[in-house]
Design a protein around this ligand. Structure first.
Ligand code: NAP
Length: 346
């Protein structure tokens, strides 16, 4: 049997973060456990990848529940599903040699084996001087999601008034900057005065702290856009969606990126009571998954690279270090404490 081409200094053990207990509400440390196994070996046509940058995403919370979603649930005792940027360190596939940098939906494992058909597998070709982690954030899936939602789904155009929720978060902070660069008027919703101030610094014309009573929130939305919003890039769902629906402009678009407000309590989601506004205002509310828009990704990537190069897109990051930091970073994200993209450099 031919031996794989292998990088020097490969450890003989791999580490994994496995799901020990399904979370109830916000995840807690005892839901996860760090385990070691012998280093897995790539079979014919496969490669072994070493994680360099782990991505910490709200969607992972959904995979920890035992319920159908767009990906299967994580089994108890199995490594947590997650995206990462890694380096091929052993290969039995000529097209994916040792040293290739890849982005892929893998597992929370510091080394994992994949085949060429692995979900979301892409080559990463970093530009000189740009840190690798940017390709897991604003120049990677985060930026692509922001662009696909804003442009391909939301049909935003110069002069539109764009509202975005979780505007200090990973996707939201990128939407703020993209919309501004497009010549839109940008209004951000964020939880707390510090996050609101950050959203203004990211370039929003108006930032609203949504942690207030409903009447105050309604008045702030009305003041920010007396004519209503053309686009609502929604990351959270829940009561904010209800508050925004009556404040959309006729013909407005709502790209529904996610509903993080209900991920910790998926059995008891907040009901949306204002859907009649879709008829009144002839609105389009459309859910999307970034990688369903494969035909637009090259255009999206080119825009992100150009805006980053010109200084109009500055990645906002919440950076952690060390493989074992993944669970704590995820818990903080799901507590709503973070700003920017949560990443773990391994
Ligand atoms: N459709 C796709 O292809 C796709 C791809 C990537 C992400 N997404 C979705 O996009 C949304 C944003 O993801 P992201 O990675 O950019 O994360 P993020 O915005 O950085 O997420 C954290 C923020 O969400 C807000 N939030 C509201 N309710 C929350 C709750 N109950 N628990 C925790 N946080 C809450 C908080 O901001 P405030 O304090 O400001 O409210 C929090 O800081 C998520 O819904 C995610 O599932 C979708």
């Amino acid at each position: 049997m031919p031996q794989p081409h292998t990088a020097p200094h490969l450890p003989d053990r791999a580490r994994h973060i496995v799901l020990r207990r399904r979370p109830v509400g916000v995840p807690t440390p005892d839901c996860f456990e760090l385990v070691e196994t012998p280093m897995p070996q790539p079979g014919e046509g496969q490669m072994l990848v070493r994680m360099r940058v782990g991505s910490v995403d709200p969607a992972i919370r959904g995979f920890l529940d035992d319920r159908p979603s767009y990906l299967p649930p994580v089994a108890l005792g199995a490594p947590v599903t997650g995206m990462s940027l890694g380096e091929v360190v052993a290969s039995r596939h000529a097209d994916w040699p040792v040293g290739t940098l890849v982005r892929v939906l893998g597992t929370w494992s510091d080394h994992y084996v994949i085949g060429p058909d692995a979900l979301g597998l892409e080559r990463v070709d970093p530009q000189p001087g740009v840190p690798l982690r940017a390709y897991m954030g604003a120049l990677g899936p985060v930026g692509l999601t922001a662009w696909i939602g804003l442009v391909a789904v939301g049909q935003a155009k110069p002069g539109d008034t764009v509202l975005v929720s979780a505007a200090a978060g990973a996707t939201g902070s990128t939407v703020v900057q993209l919309a501004r660069a497009m010549g839109c008027r940008v209004v951000g919703l964020a939880g707390g005065p510090d996050k609101a101030a950050l959203v203004r610094r990211m370039g929003a014309d108006v930032a609203i702290d949504h942690r207030c009573d409903p009447a105050t929130l309604a008045a702030a939305l009305d003041a920010a856009a007396p004519q209503g919003f053309d686009v609502y890039f929604d990351n959270v769902g829940g009561p904010l969606l209800d508050a925004v629906l009556p404040r959309m402009r006729e013909g407005g678009r709502i790209p529904l990126c996610g509903m993080i407000a209900q991920y910790n309590h998926a059995d008891h989601p907040h009901g949306v009571t204002q859907l009649w506004q879709l008829v009144v205002k002839r609105l389009t509310l459309r859910g999307f998954l970034t990688y369903d828009h494969a035909d637009r990704l090259a255009e999206a990537q080119a825009t992100l690279d150009r805006l980053h190069h010109s200084g109009q897109l500055v990645p906002l990051e919440n950076l952690h270090h060390g493989f074992e930091a993944l669970p704590a970073a995820f818990i903080a994200l799901m507590q709503g404490h973070t700003t920017g993209k949560t990443l773990v450099e391994v």
